[in-house]
Design a protein around this ligand. Structure first.
Ligand SMILES: Cc1ncc(COP(=O)(O)O)c(C=O)c1O
Length: 374
């Protein structure tokens, strides 16, 4: 059996979890949370970071301040979190097709959707491969909007030398168990904007109160100041996350090595155009979050899925574009609206990738694929 993924286990995580329990400070923003934030500051160069229970919660914070009628452009080939965050805040998600060579939102198609109601563009760095940030920075300069990065899959990856999560105004990371480093369920909110909006964000995250000032000894009591919720990560999760983040470099290196092994094992299939490889533009430095292939047809994808499954090898397709679910239809979209997203859904297949996957297992996956495609 070769599963599609296995959650990473870090050598120190058990010790940190025991220590956190002994200290008994298990609520949010405890000692381990502070150390995790410090790590993330070192990783991104950003000062304004908050740990959240998930990337979805972080996206809710990022888009909390939308006004009724505000539009947010986001890719159709996407996880639903950003679209949910827009709707919860009273805004309108405006779906955009992807560039089929990267599966990331196309800047050219996004530009055609910009209008005076556009308040934000929310990019997703699919598979930890950066969007074309230069193109989006230029659009931002020309039209003025909030640039939000869904970097749920992008921890440890970068656009040229800029870490994903630090390339826009606001961003999220996910530390869900399927991510390169994780704490079961977890996330982070990151921003590079002015300190005033961060002050507000801290209150939104902690029940709409200025409790962070109380905890910092800046006031004797805390009070209810704005609408908010409870978007904090338990320090128990942060203890697990710290142990994982301490090994981020090693995890990334190992995953990239496995991706390179797949590239070698499938080189002949790619050269003969029996399959298509992941598209990685020169500006993107990946983190080995996913390894996928693009099939020539839905039929080929099905044959490969069946052959891999029959040998106990895990593999999976990925997002169903947002416009094809009930919510997308309720927003007025129809099948055929985003052809590149639909084609990616029908032809993209993810292969097993996790820290302890072995070269011999990669070889077996590649040999199985070779047999099917002939
Ligand atoms: C692009 C993207 N955004 C958001 C999420 C949601 O992450 P979380 O489960 O941490 O809320 C995911 C989860 O896989 C994702 O892939």
């Amino acid at each position: 059996m070769i599963p599609l993924y296995l959650p990473y286990r870090s050598p120190r995580q058990q010790d940190y979890l025991s220590d956190a329990q002994e200290r008994g400070m298990l609520q949010g923003d405890g000692p381990y949370s502070r150390l995790v934030c410090q790590r993330l500051r070192e990783l991104t160069g950003l000062l304004q970071i908050l740990l959240t229970p998930s990337a979805s919660h972080a996206l809710e914070l990022a888009l909390w301040d939308l006004q009724p009628g505000d539009e947010v452009i986001l890719p159709a080939y996407n996880f639903p979190s950003a679209a949910n965050a827009v709707l919860r805040a009273g805004g309108k998600p405006v779906l955009c097709d992807i560039d089929p060579s990267t599966q990331n939102i196309s800047p050219h198609k996004a530009e055609t959707l910009i209008n005076p109601r556009t308040r934000a563009i929310c990019l997703t760095h699919y598979a930890g491969i950066s969007c074309d940030m230069k193109a989006f920075w230029e659009l931002q300069k020309a039209y003025g909007f909030l640039l939000v990065e869904d970097a749920a899959q992008g921890v440890g990856a970068s656009y040229e030398e800029i870490p994903l999560g630090a390339a826009g105004d606001r961003a999220c990371y996910s530390f869900h168990a399927t991510k390169n480093v994780h704490c079961g369920e977890g996330g982070a909110y990151l921003q590079r904007e002015d300190a005033e909006s961060f002050e507000q964000m801290q209150m939104r995250r902690d029940k709409g109160t200025n409790r962070h000032q109380f905890l910092a000894g800046e006031r004797a009591r805390y009070t209810w100041e704005c609408t908010g919720s409870s978007h904090l990560l338990s320090d128990l999760n942060a203890a697990l996350l710290l142990a994982q983040l301490e090994n981020l470099e090693e995890v990334t290196r190992q995953r990239l090595k496995l991706c390179a092994a797949y590239d070698t094992g499938l080189a002949s299939a790619f050269a003969r155009e029996r399959l298509y490889p992941m598209g990685i533009p020169p500006y993107a430095r990946g983190n080995g979050h996913l390894y996928y292939i693009r099939c020539r047809s839905p039929r080929q994808l099905q044959e490969l899925q069946e052959a891999l499954a029959s040998r106990g090898i895990g593999c999976a397709t990925h997002f169903v574009p947002l416009h094809l679910g009930s919510m997308g239809r309720a927003l007025g979209y129809r099948q055929g609206d985003f052809p590149a997203s639909e084609q990616t859904t029908e032809t993209l297949l993810r292969l097993p990738l996790y820290h302890t996957l072995e070269q011999s297992q990669v070889n077996l996956v590649c040999e199985t694929i070779e047999k099917v495609i002939g």
